[in-house]
Each structure stands twice: as C-alpha cells, then as structure tokens.
Design a protein around this ligand. Sequence first.
Ligand code: ADP
Ligand code: ZN
Ligand code: ZN
Length: 658
Amino acid sequence: MSIVRIALDVPLPRLFDYRVADGTAADRGRRAAVPFGSGEKIGLVLGVAAESDQPPEKLKTGSVLRDMPALPDDWIELCEFCARYYQYPLGQVIGFALPPMLRRGKLPRRPKEKPSPAVAPPALPDLLEEQQAAVAAIGAATGFETFLLHGVTGSGKTEVYLRAIDAVLAAGGQALMLVPEIALTPQLEGRVRNRFPGRHIVSAHSGLAEAARARSFLDALEGRADIVLGTRLSVFMPMPRLKLIVVDEEHDPSFKQQDGLRYSARDVAVFRAKQVGVPIVLGSATPSLESFHHGTSGRYRLLPLTRRAVAETLPEVRTVDTRKEKLQDGLSADLIAAIGERLARREQSLVFLNRRGYAPVLACPACGWISHCRRCAANLVVHLADKRLRCHHCGLEAAIPKACPDCGNLDIQPFGRGTQRLEAALQERFPEARVLRIDRDSANSPTKWQALLAAIHAGEADVLVGTQMLAKGHDFPLLTLVGVVGADAALFAADFRAPERLFAQLMQVGGRSGRAELPGEVLIQTEYPDHPLYRALTDHDYAAFAATQLADRESAGFPPFAFQALLRAEAKEMATSLAFLAEAKAEGLALAGPQVSLYDPVPMRLFRLMNLERGQLLVESPHRPALQVFLTSWSERLRALKAPRDLRWHLDVDPLEF
Ligand code: ADP
Ligand code: ZN
Ligand code: ZN
C-alpha cells in the first residue's frame, strides 16, 4: 500500500490523499479513480507520499489508471502556474486542461492509421526581404525569445509561420499554433496540411467531437503529432518535443477565457515558451498594446513586415463626414455611389456594422416604453427576420408585440440599426443585387458558415452585410469596397480598451478588400472625421495610433503600465453583492502593501444578468509580483469569509472586460 496525492476537479485549492495498492513515483501524471463523497471521481496523481496528514483510518482507497502515458512534469507545472497566476484551484485547472473524455476516465478508440496521401509539396514563393529576416531571426533563436511579427493582412505573416514551423519539423520538433476562432481553423488547417503533406497535424478546439479531441490530445502527448493547430485551449496540449509556439492574431480578445479559468492563452503561451525554453512568435496587424509596448521597449523582438506580399498597394481608406448630410437608411451618398460602382463592375462590396439584429430596441414614441429584458439590465433586440425580440445577454425571447404593452399605442417602432435592417435597406436600394448577411444569426452553425463563405468565394453575392465575423482571416478576391457604418460609439465607450478594439476591427475588416489584383477602398462613415483613431487608419499608421493610446494609458495608469485584477460578485440583490465586496475590500486593505491599490466596489455596467445583480472591485498595482503576492493571500481570506448563500464571487486576473 502507498499513499498518493491527487488533484481533483473540485473548487477547493488543495490536494487529496488516497491509498493505492501499488503506487510508485512513476505514477505522477497518471489518472486515478477515487471515491469522493458518495461517488467516484477521476483525478490526477501529483505525487506519492510516505505518509499523510490524514489519520490512516480516514484514507480511502483508489486505483491508478495506467492505460495512457503519464502527463509530463512540464505539463503539470504549466497547470500549477495557471493555478497560482489566475488564483484558481489546481484540480480545476487540470480538469479544464484535460479533454472531457479523458477527464471522465475513458480513452478514445484508436482510428485505423490512414496512410497520408503522397502529395508533392507545393512550390514556395521567394520570401520578401523582411519575411526572410523574420524567418532567419526566429530560426536563430537558441532558447526562449518572444518575437512580435507585425504586418498588415496579406503581408505574409502566415508564410513566415509556416517557414519557421518547417525548420522546426525538419529538426524533429513539434510546433504549436494558436488561432483565435474555431471558424478560422478549417481554412488555415487546409493551408497547413497542403504545406506539410505526410506530417501528422492535429487540431484542438471546443467544436471537435469528444473522441476526436481526446485523440488529438493523446497524439500530441505521445509525440505522434507534428503540429497542433487550435484555439485557446490547445495551449494545454502536452507536447514532449515542443520547439516553437505561434500565436496568430495575438491581439484577439477571444484568447482570453471569460468564465471558469479566466486565462489568457496568449500570456500562458508566452509562459510556456519560457518554461520549455523555445521561441514564440506573436503575430498581428494590430498587436495588443501590451505586446507592442514590449516590442518597442525591447522585451519582445519586433519583426516588421511593412508591405503586402501580393497586392502591391494597401486599400485607400477615407472618412465620409456624415455631419453635413442627411443619411438614407444610415447610408451616405458616397457609400451608396461606391457600392453602385462595384455593382456595375461586378465586384463585391462589404458593409460592416458590428451590431446584429434588426434594431437594438423597440420603443413607443407615445409613452416612452422600450423593450427591456426582464432578467438583465439590457434591451431586447428586434429580430425582424424571425419576428422575435431577443436578449443578446441571456437569450430571453419574446414575440414582437403588436401594440405598446404600457399604453396600447399601435405605432411602436424599432429604433437604431442592426445588420438585418441594413440588409433590407440595401436590398431595397439595389433590387438587382444579391445581398448576403453574415452574422451570428445567419451563420449560426459551422455548416452554414462554410456555406456562406463558399457562396462569397464563388461570387454568388454582390453586397455583403456583416459583423466582425466577416473581418477575420478570409480572402475574398472579388471584394474591393468596405463601408464602415455605426462605428463612432466605440470612440467614447467607457471601456478604456474600446478604441484599441475598434482600431483592430477596422484594420482587419479593411484588410479584406483588394487582396488580389483589384485595388481596394475603405469608406468610414463618421461624425468625427478628425479623430486621431480615424486619422491613423487613413494613414495606415498603427504605430501612431499605438503611440497616442500608450501615452494616454501611461498618464491614466492603465495597462500595460499597471496590472489589474477584478473581484466580481453576484447575488439576487445588488446590496448583497456590494456588501460582500466592501467586506472583501476591508480584508484587502489590511493585506495590501503600498504598491497595491483597491478601488471602491461598484455595480458592473451590465449590472443585472439572468436575474443576478453584479458588482465589481478593481485592484491595481504598477508591479505584477506585488499584485500576485497580494492576490494569493487575499483569495485565501476571501474563501474564509462567510458569504451569503446566494452569493458567488470570482477573481479575474488581467481582466479584459469591465
Ligand atoms: P498574412 O498572414 O499576413 O495575412 P499570408 O502569409 O497569408 O499573409 O500571405 C498573403 C498571400 O500572399 C498568401 O496568398 C501567400 O501565399 C502570399 N505570399 C506570402 N508571401 C509571399 C511571397 N514572398 N511571395 C509571393 N506570395 C506570397
Ligand atoms: Zn406606449
Ligand atoms: Zn437578458
């Protein structure tokens, strides 16, 4: 009999001791089945102990599962890092990092080995000078180094990743490539598979069937996979021969998980590269200000790609001043004319509006009633396509009422504009045109999304109306015009990251136009044509934008010049949430050194969600280690606080959403 220490997927920051018949030190990293409460749980063995703090008669007996290789130390240490850094119980980090099937103690069946098709590798383009320099720099790294590959869409970043990966595979290593969205993986996967025929490439994202995901994990763990390609969760793929990490679109907010383990896959990837001593390449047309700051201060090595690889010229970006004209259905005369020209030339246009639905709210002009969600502090959005009102936060649905529920007025109206309304307006204005809307409603499954993309590629659409879904990573060879409407609100949003996001989105969506032989044009409708953000866009000057933003952030003491964590609490009543936060603050003040500041508890902007009222408390420090030390002892105190029954709280380290 021996005693093993086991991490279990339960919300307690401790390990559990069990007796097993034949435990050895080699069992570290293996799964074990153990009795817990009235049932059984699968956990991970983290060590074998000579004795336990528990009295021997209290120790229950479990069994070690030895049907797959043990997870290696570096993988366990990665989980330990996340547990420490994100203040999340280690057992739950491990539970999250393991694919669900393995977490339940099962194993996937092995598929029959398919012989990889014998394809001649494709002919490679000659690299441009800057691409060559980037590939050489990455290849020359002898250990951990962070590279920031900064280049506009079409500047050949992916080509650089592929060359760097090629070199790593040739030397017998494994490469990990992270991309922001599941929707993007099929296209990229195709490109990677074409480039490396005969190599074993596995994907990992939450859209995979359970068995497939578990198989990818085992292929990576057992060293069979040469390349792992996936979304944020693939940063937890065990890779014994890992020699290179690539994070594409490193600025993308979807690398940060917004529930449970609130990790940033980009930041964890950088930690992991450091941990195993390998280079990491962060790529973007619009790096996060955090990464760009590191790039210019020398902590990361900046690798610029300043021109497009194929189309010689960048699209011409212009603002259209909408203060001086009466818009027609939200469209300016310039934009309408530009779309008309594209139709005549049989080219595609895209009108970008980052708001889905028909209109953001239904309102009664007589009494002032508006369509509220009864569960959230938000309005119900009008979806005329299926005649419903819908809450975009909690999913609540209702029929569109025929009359005002308060005063009976029959003339209630949708206010504002979403993609459906824009689609209808464009169709009315251009009756001959094939108008196609692309947003989370029209592309609500991978199959529909692929079908829409195929239709665009086949030239079966003339005018596209879409949200940021369309902005990402797709080549539309016939697209020569991008119109941007309704973007101004983000200029003045309360969230200090809103301008950064807007700039990235508009760069990205603008980058969709004119990728092939046809030059592109971007028209931004705005009431603030002289705003520095739009100026930087029309000048294609990310660096100027970043410089002004970073100066603002520095004087305001915002990231990357400070490090933040949020304590959020939710309960049936706001008073309960705020009282808990006030108590938490009092505990915190007793622990905080001079380098850590605690702000006052405040209601969150979306202060009610699904009938829960939410508050938050911001903690800040100019020093990351000081914040870490504080958070560790503070979270221990918080767990010891007697919180009311209906109250839930969590910590969000390096929060992106406020
Ligand atoms: P990004 O990832 O920056 O958007 P890609 O690597 O996808 O850029 O390159 C854009 C297009 O240009 C792709 O079709 C790619 O095959 C092509 N390309 C990249 N580098 C070169 C090059 N040096 N010469 C010719 N074509 C290139
Ligand atoms: Zn009314
Ligand atoms: Zn709601």
